[in-house]
Structure formats: structure tokens, C-alpha cells
Design a protein around this ligand. Structure first.
Ligand code: GRF
Length: 206
């Protein structure tokens, strides 16, 4: 089950990898909080069920999250994948899907939680930027880290060029992370998660 709000390029990467690599899983549905999310068309064209839960139709986050949970649970997914899903979720919602909901965030967490990560990394003079796949907890952009990719910040970069470089990394580590989950390859040690074989959980792109 994949939740999106926009173009859905990470969702596309996961759908394609799932099919091409023959994962022991399928994408049950793609749900958007925006009716105009571009990714919905890709999903429908690939025979994946789609649904829209428009946040504008709900008076509170609790009401929106309740309907979202009802729609999600109708598909009985093992895993909920947030892929560019731009809504802050209530603690009740995150608790419901604890240890079975992933998010991708375009920074090397714990640096740069929240929005405008690339602008802020450039403003700070960061020499390395990147992306993190993590389990979702009640605290925004926190939760156990599954995988990270680092990319260089190059002279002359702006948010657009840096985000394009990071996106390439996103499309590699998000499918990999989801695959590890569906293969039951992730093991918990307290609040930390790692691959059971000790496989590298990072990627450096140059
Ligand atoms: C990605 O940069 C992701 O890291 C962030 O939102 C963007 C979504 O892009 N959370 P897409 O919809 O997957 O193309």
C-alpha cells in the first residue's frame, strides 16, 4: 500500500522494482490525499487499485486520519509506504501502523527534518546531502532509520539540481528498503533496525 500526494516517482520506482524483481509481494493500492496527484494515473495504468481521501473534505486531522485508516485497512496491507505523502499524521494513526509504515525524507536525518531540506543544506554550506528511509513514529521525520544515501553538494548547486541528484538516490534506496521489509530481512534491536545479514544500509553516490 503506497500513499502519495503528487507526482509519485518513488511509488513508480517501487512498483517497477516489485514487478521486475519478482518480490514476494504486490502493491495492493495507491492512495492519494490529492485528487490531482499525477501518480494516480501511473498506478491505474498499471492495474493497481487507487483511492483518494481528500484532506480538504475533513474538519480535523483526526477525522482525515480515521478515514485514511479505514481505506488502508480495507486492503489489509502488511506495509504502508509513504512516498511524497505530504500530511502530518496523528499519533493514533502512527501508532496503528507502528513498525509497518515507512517514509522517505530528502535529507540525511536527523539533520533537516521538515520542509525545504535542499535549500537549507545549500544555505548551511553542506558538502554532502542525501536521503533517508525510516519507519514512521509520532515525531515528524524521526523513527528507526532503514537506509540512507549520500550525494555530494556541488559548486553552483541550487535546490533544483541538488534535489534531482538526491531523487536518483531515492529511487534506489526506497525500493531496496521496501524489498527488505517484504522479505522479512529487517530485525529490530530496541528502537534500531538493521538488515539481518549485516548488509550495508547506506549508499554513496558521486
Ligand atoms: C521526494 O523528494 C521525497 O523524498 C519527499 O517528497 C518527494 C516526493 O517525490 N518526501 P515523488 O512524489 O515520489 O516523485
Amino acid at each position: 500500500m503506497i500513499l502519495i500526494s503528487g507526482r509519485g516517482s518513488n511509488m513508480e520506482a517501487i512498483v517497477k522494482a516489485c514487478k521486475a524483481e519478482g518480490w514476494p509481494a504486490e502493491v495492493a493500492a495507491v492512495v492519494s490525499n490529492r485528487p490531482d496527484a499525477g501518480g494516480l494515473q501511473f498506478a491505474a495504468a498499471h492495474g493497481i487499485a487507487t483511492a483518494v481521501v481528500d484532506h480538504k473534505a475533513y474538519g480535523s486531522r483526526e477525522d482525515f486520519d480515521a478515514e485514511l485508516a479505514r481505506v488502508i485497512d480495507g486492503f489489509s496491507p502488511d506495509l504502508v509506504v509513504l512516498a511524497g505523502f505530504m500530511r502530518i499524521l496523528t499519533p493514533g494513526f502512527t501508532a496503528r501502523y507502528a513498525r509497518r509504515m515507512l517514509n522517505i525524507h530528502p535529507s540525511l536525518l536527523p539533520a533537516f527534518t521538515g520542509l525545504h531540506t535542499h535549500e537549507r543544506a545549500i544555505e548551511m554550506g553542506c558538502k554532502v546531502a542525501g536521503v533517508t528511509v525510516h519507519f514512521v513514529t509520532a515525531e515528524l521525520d524521526h523513527g528507526a532509520i532503514v537506509m540512507q544515501a549520500a550525494v555530494p553538494v556541488l559548486a553552483g548547486d541550487d535546490a533544483k539540481s541538488l534535489s534531482a541528484r538526491v531523487l536518483t538516490a531515492e529511487h534506489r534506496i526506497y525500493p531496496q528498503s521496501v524489498r527488505w521489509f517484504v522479505e522479512d530481512a529487517l530485525v529490530w534491536s530496541g528502537e534500531v533496525v538493521s538488515h539481518r545479514s549485516g548488509a550495508a544500509q547506506h549508499l554513496f553516490l558521486s
